[in-house]
Design a protein around this ligand. Structure first.
Ligand code: G6P
Length: 614
């Protein structure tokens, strides 16, 4: 989704802004723009459809001077991606420039009111309406920009992270947020503002995360001045930024996605570090230690999530049920929030989110909290909105995930959920101690087995070659491998634009089988021992219809291997751990197909890394 960068200080703003926008490219966008106030008090705005590199070409040779500026990558919501709708937007007088991430839901009503008073609009955006509303308040109520922004935001419904600059005020930026995230970096005689910390890494390690409905005056030579939109003064809480430059660079890989796939032996180990104690045969989850009783006694455990995190939730629900004998419901956050869900104060809602910023997941948390439930989070981004909105939680510690298609975050989420399931079983005694020891011992070996899986995945390139021109693909798995099928299909759709569906293998007979012919690749995840024979029958059904069979099997497999056109072997492991291994070759498969099709792997069309609007 949209990316925001702003700078004020003693350096040239433009290179800092462009570098910041490049670091935010991973969020997904379709136009970019920048505005700087130069020494002559001129506000230079350059914006264009396309990539940040297009913006740089467009601004080349033009006046990009100034020590204060704002910059934006736009992911179109209101109005198509074009030069006019790109941000920054100017107010009618040309005194204010505004960048915005989010959606102003009542913008049409405000627009009509302003039009009735003679305002004219050039773009179709809600953002141009907002900048004019702020200027209107400034002029009619004769207040400064800080106050005008605060008052104007009281008339606005929806989500926003905004930054404004004003002619005549080369030492001040005004920012505010609700829903959409925003962080301020505090340097020596300089400030940085951004949608997330990536543009700030290497500039300063002192940051302040702006809370919902807060407005901030960022003025050189002064401390941050923060107020709520209800006019309550707030004290900035300065934190130490935990990110380093290396973690947001490609490190020799062609794409961030490939780097992140290959990082998984390390990231899963990091997720388990200090939590899984193979020597003691126990699991400690410090983040939710005080909530373990609540989890065990919960009337319902409900997991809410979106996208890949939802797939991890499905794996988690399976594991918690099998290990601890506790029923878990999994909900799409976007559905949950509008369904008037039945929630009791003794329910525990677990929100899973890589970014910790997904708007629907945040809204689901809000509902659960209002109904009195305990809300736990499983997030990757430290300090993110979801991690702050929940009562307690567990960080996945997978490090920054830049590729839009989620990979290492998924395995980290599954690792957390696996530990949680084991811990619950440990506490309620649903599994014998010996089985728990076995599970813990095997989980400890998983990072090595992920490494082996990666090493054995050379065959995936041949399969990618075979599949690169197909129009459809079906992924089939049973039990905990059903979410793996969903995730494999999602990866393929997201980055190679091939239509793919994931199904529980036995459900194939109820529809998808009609699609099978010699051109249809069918990917079986056939590692389950308990349903192995059933899956063998499904493979035969596909073979009888001349479908191309690609299967992920456990090493040593004979039956499925014999029937398959291509086979990917994963190391033998505890059956329920298959998602931690079987997902890896499917990530690689989607990756290599996308590369062969010439797709933009890290920034697939229309997708955003962090979906901060509904
Ligand atoms: C977007 C991303 C997906 C992600 C989903 C949920 O659609 O492109 O990769 O799975 O959002 O995001 P979250 O950050 O909440 O896990």
């Amino acid at each position: 989704m949209c990316g925001i960068v702003a700078y004020i200080g003693n350096k040239d703003a433009y290179p800092i802004l462009i570098n910041g926008l490049k670091r935010l490219e991973y969020r997904g966008y379709d136009s970019a723009g920048v505005a700087m106030l130069n020494a002559k008090n001129e506000l230079n705005v350059y914006k264009t459809k396309g990539k940040v590199s297009d913006l740089v070409s467009f601004a080349s040779g033009k006046d990009v001077s100034g020590h204060i500026g704002i910059a934006h990558t736009r992911w179109a919501t209101h109005g198509e991606p074009n030069d006019i709708n790109a941000h920054p937007h100017l107010s009618r007088s040309g005194n204010l420039a505004l960048i915005h991430n989010g959606i102003i839901e009542n913008y049409l009503t405000i627009k009509k009111e302003l039009e009735n008073r003679g305002y004219k609009f050039k773009s179709s955006t809600d953002t141009e309406v907002l900048v004019n509303l702020i200027e209107d308040v400034q002029l009619t109520q004769k207040v400064d920009l800080f106050e005008a922004t605060r008052i104007a935001l009281n008339h606005v419904n929806g989500a926003y992270a905004i930054v404004l600059i004003e002619k005549g005020h080369p030492d001040t930026l005004i920012a505010a947020r609700k829903g959409s995230p925003m962080v301020i970096g505090i340097g020596k005689d300089e400030f940085f503002i951004a949608s997330d910390a990536t543009p700030i890494v290497g500039m300063t390690s002192q940051v302040v995360y702006i809370e919902n409905e807060e407005v901030v005056k960022v003025k050189l030579g002064e401390d941050l001045h923060i107020k709520t939109i209800d006019d309550v003064e707030m004290t900035p809480y300065i934190q130490e930024l935990q990110l380093n430059l290396e973690s947001i660079e490609k490190g020799g890989f062609d794409h961030f996605m490939l780097k992140e796939i290959y990082e998984q032996p390390t990231t899963v180990r990091d997720t388990m570090r200090g939590r899984l104690h193979a020597d003691l045969g126990t699991v400690t989850l410090g983040g939710i230690f005080d909530y373990e009783k609540k989890l065990l006694n919960a009337r319902n455990i409900i997991i809410v999530a979106c996208g890949t995190s939802w797939h991890a939730a499905l794996v988690g629900s399976y594991l918690i049920e099998v290990y601890a004998g506790i029923r878990v419901k999994v909900e799409y956050a976007s559905e949950f929030r509008y369904r008037e869900p039945v929630i009791f104060p003794d329910d525990v809602v677990i929100a899973i989110s890589q970014s910790g910023e997904t708007a629907d997941t945040l809204a689901a948390i809000d509902i659960a909290k209002k109904k009195g439930a305990t809300v736990l989070g499983i997030c990757n981004v430290i300090g993110s909105s979801i991690s702050r909105a929940t009562d307690a939680g567990i960080y996945t510690h997978a490090g920054p995930e830049i590729g839009v298609a989620s990979t290492k975050a998924f395995t980290a989420q599954v690792a957390v959920l696996t530990m949680m399931a084991i811990r619950l079983a440990e506490l309620n005694g649903h599994l014998p101690k010996s089985k728990i020891m076995e599970l813990i011992h095997e989980l400890d070996l998983i990072p090595e087995k992920i490494q082996t899986t990666l090493e054995r995945s050379a065959i995936v390139k041949d399969i990618a070659n075979e599949m690169k021109d197909c129009h459809n693909a079906i992924y089939l798995g049973r039990l905990q491998n059903f979410p793996v099928a969903l995730e494999g299909a999602l990866k393929l759709k997201e980055i190679s634009y091939i239509h793919a569906e994931g199904y529980p293998a036995a459900e194939m007979k109820h529809g998808p089988i009609a699609l099978i012919d010699k051109d249809m690749p069918v990917i079986f995840i056939a590692t389950n021992k308990s349903t192995y024979e059933k899956v063998v029958s499904n493979v035969q059904e596909v073979k009888a219809r001349h479908g191309k069979i690609i299967s992920v099997v456990t090493e040593g497999d004979v039956l499925v291997k014999e029937m398959s056109d291509y086979v990917i072997e994963i190391p033998d492991t505890e059956c329920t751990y298959a998602p931690l291994l079987a997902t890896i070759p499917l990530q690689l498969l989607a990756y290599y197909i996308a590369v062969l099709r010439g797709c933009n792997v890290d920034q697939p069309r229309n997708l955003a890394k962090s979906v901060t609007v509904e």
